[in-house]
Design a protein around this ligand. Structure first.
Ligand code: FUB
Length: 360
């Protein structure tokens, strides 16, 4: 996750823009939800008619940028809430700090949350004291926290970016994983390989490293099964290959259901797209359909999709406020489906109008 590695995409775009000066605020499709703190990786949920957003809390740390995302040095979480989209946004107090998580050392990356039987669950990745990303869970009776962390990470968890989806039958599933700094490539053989020289498997002609899914136990605190790889196929039924950087999974899983179909969406990382694939089961396989969001300003792109007030919304992030990859701000805009269930591609800038078909 580095601007250093990106030869194209938003950073190249941002560099070109800097020659002309910064973009005017009016050119961004939507404006930052909050300006008091830097936020990214927004996981949105609607509980009791109110919208809660569980973001990463970006801070300006001292570590230089690298391909492993070492410059994302987040230490805590603050929850955002709003009564309606477009209304005032409340920034909650610290909901969980890394110092209160016995197993975690640093880098509290993209979280998600769930609700069941009167308890809210905050799922979060962090590096343990050996430098391995694991996924933890913390609980609260209040959606804004504070959350109390379980003493150990979820058994069998690894890598980053948990997204927990609850199906109509009440079963919950965690989708997770991320390559490069997210370490998925260090976990493909069943145990953590500390070799930090790997960013991905570098097997361009083989199926790309797959994101993972695992069903949760009834108490939402553990996996009830070993995480399984998720197949993302092209329309001919062939797996998307590792070399297909425009379409292969990189990080930032999200799952939502629309008209009975399962929509698995994700970031393509170094090509900076949010893409999606659809299927008939929460386990997949999923068939690649196209792009949801074109590259934003900043290196990363990460999102959630939620229904509120009869419309569908995508929460995402860019670097509008700071101009820096490590200091991001979350945003929201409406998502539109075509009659055949495909999603209309969104362009995050008004001056570039080639959005609307979802046909990439
Ligand atoms: O915010 C840190 C990491 O950057 C997230 O976990 C990734 O999804 C990317 O947004």
């Amino acid at each position: 996750m580095s601007t250093l590695a990106a030869g194209c995409g938003p950073q190249a775009n941002a560099d070109a823009e800097s020659d002309k000066g910064p973009r005017p605020a009016s050119d961004y499709l939507s404006q930052p939800l909050v300006k008091d703190i830097y936020t990214a990786d927004p996981s949105a949920h609607v509980w009791n008619g109110k919208i809660y957003v569980y973001p990463s809390h970006d801070i300006d740390g001292p570590t230089p940028e690298d391909d492993l995302g070492s410059h994302f040095e987040m230490r805590d979480y603050h929850i955002l809430s709003m009564d309606k989209i477009g209304g005032p946004v409340t920034v909650g107090p610290v909901a969980l700090d890394v110092s209160a998580v016995p197993w975690a050392e640093k880098q509290m990356w993209a979280p998600d949350a769930a609700f069941k039987n009167g308890t809210y669950y905050l799922y979060f990745p962090a590096k343990d004291h050996q430098g391995a990303f694991r996924i933890g869970v913390a609980t609260s009776k209040n959606p804004m926290g504070p959350f109390k962390a379980q003493p150990k990470p979820i058994d069998g968890s690894y890598s980053i970016d948990p997204a927990v989806f609850t199906d109509d039958d009440g079963a919950s599933y965690m989708y997770f994983g991320g390559i490069w700094g997210g370490q998925l490539q260090r976990n493909v053989n069943g145990s953590y390989d500390p070799d930090g020289s790997k960013t991905d498997l570098k097997q361009d002609d083989k199926p790309a490293i797959a994101p993972r899914v695992a069903k949760m136990t009834g108490d939402m605190l553990e996996f009830s099964e070993k995480p399984r790889p998720i197949q993302i196929l092209d329309k001919s039924g062939n797996p998307i290959l590792g070399g297909d950087h425009d379409r292969r999974f990189f990080e930032a899983s999200w799952m939502h259901k629309y008209k009975g179909k399962y929509y698995f969406s994700y970031s393509t990382g170094d090509t900076h797209y949010l893409a999606y694939a659809t299927g008939d089961s929460p386990y997949g396989p999923f068939v690649y359909q196209g792009r949801i969001l074109e590259p934003v300003e900043g290196w990363t792109t990460h999102h959630s999709i939620v229904e509120w007030n009869g419309k569908w919304w995508i929460f995402y992030a860019d670097s509008q406020l700071s101009g820096q990859t490590r200091l991001r701000n979350v945003k929201v805009t409406e998502l539109h489906y075509n009659p055949d269930g495909t999603i209309q591609t969104i362009n995050p800038f008004k001056s570039d109008s080639k959005s609307g078909t979802g046909s990439h």
